[in-house]
Design a protein around this ligand. Structure first.
Ligand SMILES: Nc1ncnc2c1ncn2[C@@H]1O[C@H](COP(=O)(O)OP(=O)(O)OP(=O)(O)O)[C@@H](O)[C@H]1O
Length: 362
C-alpha cells in the first residue's frame, strides 16, 4: 500500500462511495447528474461501471478524483478512500492523492501525451514532481513501467507521434502507474481503439491487478468490455445505480430490466455471435427527470407502480442488488427480454405513451 497519508485507515474499504449526489449549476438551475449512488471497491478488485452515454459515469470518476468542472459539486453523501473523506480535502491534498494513491486514465488519455516532448521525459517529470528521485533512477523506473505495460523500453525516448494509438494508451497507463497507486480509474480506456488492441489493453489492466495488486475501476458504455475484465459491476442509468454486485452473479441471474436490455444490445468480444437488440428510445434529460423509475419510459415491463418513485436498491442475492419493483417477475422478464418483439412493442407504443399509461397494469 502507498502510505502517503498517515490518516489512512487500513481496515476501511479502499474506496467507499455513500449516497453521493453530484449537481451541476447551469442557467436552467441545478441539475443532478449523480443521484445518491453508493458502492464499495475492495483490494485486488476490478469494478466496472457501465451505462449509456450521459448516465453520469464520468461525473462519478471526476467526483472521486476531485476533478469536477467548475460548475460541478458533490452536494451530499460521502466519498472515502481508506477511510479519508475525499470531499473534504483541499486542492493540494487532492493533487497529492491523485497519482500517489488514485490515478486516472481518461477517455482519449493517449492524446493527453504532449506531442513535443519525449515520452520518457513526460513520465520522468511526473515522477520528479512527487518524489525526490534522480533522473537516472527515474529513467530506470520508466524502463520498468514500459515492461509492465508491454512496451519495449528501448522506445521510451520516442515522441508520441512515433507510437500507434494502442502504444500511446499503454504509455499513458505506464505514466499513471509511475507512483504506485492503489487504485486506477480507467474512464473508457479502450473506446478509440480497435477490437484487438482493446482486448490487449483490457488484459493488461487485469494483469496489473494480478501482478501489482492494484484495484481498477473501468468505466464503459459497453457491457461486453466490462464482462471481459471486471469481477464486480455497477449498472448506471440516469444518475442512479440500477444493479450492483458480483459480476458473475449478475450475468448469471440479472434482475434489472435495464441490465437485460444492455446485455441484448452489445456483442460479446469473444464467444458466440448473438442477435443484437437495442433498447428503443434514449435516457431522459437530467433537466427533465421522471418522478418514477428513471428507466420506466423505456422499460417493457413497467407498470403503474413504477410511476410512483424510483425503486430502491434491494438485495436479491449474495453481493447482488437491483432497483426494480418487479423482482418477483424476474423469470418471466428474463424470458421475454430475449424476444425482439418485447422491445419492438415499446418502440411501437412510443416512449411518451408508455410513460403516460401505455404500460401494463399490476
Ligand atoms: N459541466 C457540466 N455542466 C452541466 N451538465 C453537465 C456537465 N458535465 C456533464 N453534464 C451532464 O451530466 C450528465 C452526466 O454526464 P457524464 O459525462 O457524467 O455522463 P457519462 O455517462 O460519463 O457520459 P459519456 O459516456 O458520454 O461521457 C449528462 O447529462 C451531461 O450532459
Amino acid at each position: 500500500m502507498n502510505q502517503s497519508n498517515s490518516n489512512f485507515d487500513e481496515d476501511a474499504p479502499l474506496l467507499a462511495v455513500e449516497d453521493a449526489v453530484v449537481n451541476y449549476r447551469t442557467s436552467d438551475g441545478d441539475l443532478t447528474a449523480v443521484d445518491g449512488i453508493s458502492f464499495e471497491i475492495g483490494e485486488d478488485e476490478i469494478f466496472g461501471l457501465v451505462g449509456e452515454s450521459g448516465c453520469g459515469k464520468s461525473t462519478v470518476a471526476q467526483a472521486i478524483l476531485g476533478l469536477l468542472p467548475q460548475n460541478g459539486e458533490v452536494v451530499s453523501g460521502s466519498i472515502q478512500f481508506r477511510g479519508v473523506e475525499l470531499t473534504n480535502l483541499d486542492k493540494r491534498e487532492m493533487d497529492t492523492l491523485r497519482w500517489e494513491n488514485i490515478s486516472l486514465i481518461s477517455q482519449g488519455a493517449m492524446n493527453a501525451l504532449n506531442p513535443v516532448h519525449r515520452i520518457s521525459s513526460q513520465i520522468i517529470e511526473a515522477i520528479q514532481a512527487h518524489r525526490d528521485t534522480s533522473t537516472a533512477e527515474a529513467r530506470e523506473r520508466v524502463a520498468e513501467l514500459f515492461k509492465i505495460v508491454g512496451l519495449d523500453p528501448d522506445r521510451m525516448d520516442d515522441y508520441p507521434h512515433q507510437f500507434s494509438g494502442g502504444m500511446k494508451q499503454r504509455a499513458y497507463i505506464a505514466m499513471s502507474l509511475a507512483l504506485d497507486p492503489d487504485l486506477i480509474i480507467a474512464d473508457e480506456p479502450t473506446t478509440a481503439l480497435d477490437v484487438i488492441v482493446q482486448d490487449q489493453i483490457l488484459k493488461r489492466l487485469k494483469e496489473l491487478r494480478d501482478q501489482l495488486g492494484i484495484s481498477v475501476v473501468i468505466i464503459s458504455h459497453d457491457i461486453s468490455v466490462i464482462a471481459e475484465t471486471c469481477n464486480r459491476l455497477g449498472v448506471m442509468y440516469s444518475g442512479k445505480l440500477m444493479e450492483y454486485g458480483d459480476l458473475r452473479e449478475i450475468f448469471a441471474s440479472p434482475y434489472n430490466p435495464y441490465t437485460l436490455g444492455l446485455q441484448n444490445a452489445f456483442p460479446s468480444l469473444r464467444g458466440k455471435q448473438q442477435d443484437l437488440i437495442s433498447i428503443p428510445g434514449s435516457p431522459p434529460s437530467i433537466a427533465d427527470l421522471p418522478s418514477g423509475c428513471r428507466f420506466m419510459q423505456r422499460c417493457p415491463f413497467a407498470t403503474q407502480e413504477c410511476a410512483t418513485q424510483h425503486p430502491p436498491l434491494e438485495s436479491v442475492g449474495d453481493d447482488h442488488f437491483s432497483a426494480c419493483y418487479h423482482h418477483e417477475r424476474v423469470e418471466q422478464m428474463r424470458h421475454d427480454a430475449k424476444e425482439r418483439e418485447t422491445w419492438a412493442q415499446l418502440r411501437d407504443t412510443g416512449n411518451e405513451s408508455a410513460a403516460a399509461g401505455g404500460m401494463t397494469h399490476d
